[in-house]
Design a protein around this ligand. Structure first.
Ligand code: 8X3
Length: 251
């Protein structure tokens, strides 16, 4: 009999996180869906196998309480750090330092806080997986991206250091770096709720990448035999050959 796999997905209240939780649950996994917004998690928890857990991943006390509770319930073998985000498109010259701080907090310190709390459990399991959802913004910089670029380059760096540090503990460390993904919240948040600006990001792209597409990639990476480590997966829609080359039709 194969053992039921158990994952924890952060940022699970919407977008890629919610789609990943649903996808893994469909494949028979137990999934702790972690986010700050309880009502969104309740909806998700209507899917069999999904256990909602309200927790702010940037708050070490909340995170260690969550880790303790989960350990008592049997633990996890897979940690998926999906929570993150961008604010603004300011240039370095006039970027808001508070926005930069928020982006560092959610994209770097949140994942580190989660990793520190859950590493002992993953080591004890013997076949742990950590998957960090970075971004192509963590690999190539662009004008107006600096605050987000700096945070995602940071998350990329910590992911690659972690792989080196934890190989002896048989923990595989995967980086999934998506390009443009059309979700209900990423661009809306980035543009402070300006839906017209958010929509413009995807204008004319006939087949944008959706949250479910990235969830499928994540699910494939974490269900491969444990000795197979996909170090880095870059995933974009075909229409985004590169950040500077996006095929838009009819505009
Ligand atoms: C999102 C990718 O290109 O909008 O993580 O920065 S991009």
């Amino acid at each position: 009999m194969t053992q039921t796999r158990t994952a924890l997905v952060t940022g699970a209240s919407s977008g890629i996180g919610a789609a990943t939780a649903r996808r893994l649950a469909t494949e028979g996994w137990r999934v702790y869906a972690v986010a700050r917004r309880a009502e969104k998690l309740e909806e998700l928890a209507e899917n069999e196998g999904i256990i909602p857990l309200v927790c702010d991943v940037t708050d070490p006390q909340q995170v260690s309480a969550a880790a303790e509770k989960i350990r008592a319930e049997g633990g996890i073998d897979t940690l998926i750090n999906n929570a993150g985000g961008a604010i603004g498109m300011d240039w370095v010259a006039d970027g808001d330092i508070d926005d930069w701080r928020w982006m560092y907090e959610v994209n770097v310190l949140g994942p580190v806080t989660m990793i520190q709390a859950f590493l002992p459990m993953l080591r004890d399991h013997g076949e742990g997986t950590i998957l960090n959802l970075t971004s192509t913004a963590g690999l190539v910089a662009y004008e107006g991206g600096a605050g987000y670029n700096a945070a995602k380059f940071g998350e990329h760096g910590l992911t690659w250091a972690l792989r080196l540090e934890e190989a002896e503990n048989n923990i595989r460390v995967v980086e999934v770096a998506p390009g443009m993904v059309k979700t209900e919240e990423f661009s809306a948040k980035r543009f402070g709720g300006d839906t017209a600006a958010a929509e413009k990001v995807y204008a004319g792209i006939e087949k944008p990448l959706l949250a479910e597409d990235v969830a499928e990639v994540i699910a494939s990476a974490v269900t491969l035999p444990h000795h197979v480590n996909l170090d880095q997966i870059i995933v974009r829609p075909v229409a985004e050959a590169a950040k500077h080359k996006v095929i838009r039709k009819g505009i």
